[in-house]
Design a protein around this ligand. Structure first.
Ligand code: IP8
Length: 257
């Protein structure tokens, strides 16, 4: 099985609210067709989620006296993006079916406490390609919280144990410090023990930066899943990876392999 995440920065213009990168999304969906066997797709929220979520302070839940309408508005926007992803997949013959995290996942103090993978299993059995996404979910401590696509990648990987999990981003891979900084070194093989210094990209992001992604990769490595970070703005890289061919990327091997 292939577990793939389209990062929100790749499929949307992160600095421009509610703006899709339609051409990139369509191309990535065409490249996905190279995948043999089962596949689960996760996508980030990009400018359909982060901008309002930050404006409304949803990371810390719904404060006393605030209306839950703000959480519902962000959910609405993220679903709009999900519809675009589904359409782009259907247009190239991929049987995408949406599985929003809200009904199947609960958090407590921003940590995932309940995750039901059954709907994914059933969809896969029917030959469908489940698509899920970073979203606003219920949280036992703070009423609502933001569940990122990276959190979903970890929980899906833990349950399905794919041979590989692929993060499609706007960078060639992972660097030892923000790639905009002088002297940044590209890391081809990232050891789970390696520390990576992250920095702010300057655009609204309520779920964290590369440091948080590396933490997710580390967790996946621990239970035996190799992870790759590739650049989705470069045409053909996703296809090559899915075909098992060499391409520029960062790879974190599964622990002990
Ligand atoms: O873009 C964030 O998901 P991510 C979800 O995968 C929202 O981090 C609603 C901002």
């Amino acid at each position: 099985m292939h577990l793939i995440k389209f990062g929100g920065s790749v499929i949307t213009h992160k600095g421009r609210e509610l703006t899709l990168r339609r051409k990139v999304l369509q191309r990535l969906c065409r490249e996905l067709r190279a995948a043999k066997g089962e596949m689960v797709l996760v996508h980030g929220a990009g400018s359909f989620g982060h901008t309002k979520a930050k404006r409304y302070g949803l990371k810390k839940g719904i404060k006393k006296g605030y209306s839950p309408i703000r959480a519902a508005q962000v959910q609405w926007d993220v679903r709009d993006l999900d519809q675009e992803v589904l359409k782009a997949g259907l247009d190239v013959g991929l049987p995408f079916t949406s599985i929003p995290p809200y009904p199947i996942l609960r958090m407590h103090n921003r940590k995932v406490k309940v995750f039901d993978p059954k709907p994914f299993e059933i969809a896969l059995k029917e030959g469908l390609v489940p698509v899920t996404f970073g979203d606003v979910v219920l949280d036992g401590k703070q009423r609502v919280a933001i569940c990122s696509g990276d959190d979903l990648m970890v929980h899906l990987a833990k349950y399905f144990r794919p041979e590989r999990a692929i993060f499609v981003t706007v960078e060639d891979g992972v660097y030892d410090r923000p790639p905009s900084e002088k002297g940044a070194q590209f890391i081809e093989v990232l050891s789970p023990k390696k520390k990576v210094r992250s920095g702010s990209s300057g655009v609204a992001d309520v779920t964290g930066d590369i440091g948080k992604k590396v933490d997710s990769m580390r967790e996946m490595s621990r239970f035996g899943v190799e992870t790759l970070v590739i650049n989705g703005l470069e045409s053909g890289r996703l296809r090559r990876v899915l075909q098992g061919k060499e391409t520029l990327c960062t790879r974190m091997p599964a622990e002990g392999k």
